[in-house]
Design a protein around this ligand. Sequence first.
Ligand SMILES: Cc1ncc(COP(=O)(O)O)c(C=O)c1O
Length: 450
Amino acid sequence: MSIIITRKEEEAGQHKLRLQSERIFARRRRLVPNALSIFTPATVQQARGAQVTDADGYELIDFTGGIGVLNAGHCPPPVVKAIQEQAGRFLHTCFGVAAYDLYLDVAERLVELFPHGEATKVMLTNSGAESVENAIKIARQYTRRPAVICYTGSFHGRTLMATSLTSKVGYRLGCGPFAPEVYRLAFPDYAHDHRGMSEEEFADYHLKKLEEFFYYYVSEKDAAAIIVECVQGEGGFNVIPVKYLQGLRRVCDQHGIVLIVDEVQTGFCRTGKWAAYEHFDIVPDISTWAKSIASGMPLGAVIGKQHIMDGINPGTIGGTYLGNPVCCAASLATIQYMKDVGLNEKAQQVGSIIRQRFEAMKKRFPNHISDVRGLGAMMAMELSHQGDISKPNGELGKAMVQRCYEKGLILITAGAHGNILRILSPLVIEEHVLQRGLDLMEESLAELTA
Ligand SMILES: Cc1ncc(COP(=O)(O)O)c(C=O)c1O
């Protein structure tokens, strides 16, 4: 049995066993397939705001928010109340069998927040992957074209089409054959690949590549959709150049291609705006949502221009649980809570504190941190050997997750090499808790690189 020592205990010389956590992981090993990822060694018995009490009663600061699901924090009181009240009224009917206002209230809120043109329609789903699956089905039927274009470094989920669109090989190994007519372009990843160009020149270069792509790989006349993340989440918080995304919008308009923006990780205040695409001054034809939409209840959404959403065959999209009433109640309360507490402003403050601290750490550890990047509170630092961005240091990423956990911080990595430390903390995190978490990261880096 391994012994995990927390910082306080270490200082006090009292090394304790985390017996309940050990017990949970032993059960997990017995009962759960090994292939299901273990991102951190943490456990939980209770959580509030940005703090988790683990199974042994230790307090942990949460810098992950259940992978971007808890922008409004763990258990916002109005959300918990709305869930409890709705659970006492009815749990399920299937919206197609007996319709209810809650679904329509969520749809109305989403249309208000994310108008996609003169008229917008909303399909609710259960997850991010399901939103992506349906977005592709809608785009293909509407355009009557087969090809879907996606990017290196992208992550769109784990169902068959979503896995086919997802880039990291580790998520795909042995899962083929994949869905056909999926084509992948190089993501315009300025931090890793700028080759001395300005960001504008770099965007032009990649837009030129897209033109060539239509010539050599698939005709624009066969392209149903281009799907893209404004900030790649799992891919390592790579921010798309503004000029490139605006160029994509133009190309899609020109050729009748549906532009799908995947907002599953970036949405609902994470970047300091309701939608990340608002930073780029574009509006997608279709967008996909999940995660923070309902504070942890399984809900997603496909939002799109009405003529596209209605341009498909009846019965080809749907599902038993779509827009479950308890999830809808949670979503309505979440959105209201986000407005009431000014969550976008909080995200901007949280993001600027993280950026300042990360930049200072980069100065202190120039041989280990090669880049600091992000948008709003979607911030990451990249760990590399000799501070060289082309030499990813995944071992240090892994060690950081473990060491931070031992000190009382839940942290996860991103990127194909697991060398990017990303912060997706609840945005309601109090400043002293945020600073403490950042202190723990800095201390861990100092110890691990000493
Ligand atoms: C951008 C993006 N799209 C889709 C998904 C898949 O969402 P889910 O895990 O809810 O299926 C994720 C999950 O991390 C994501 O980050």
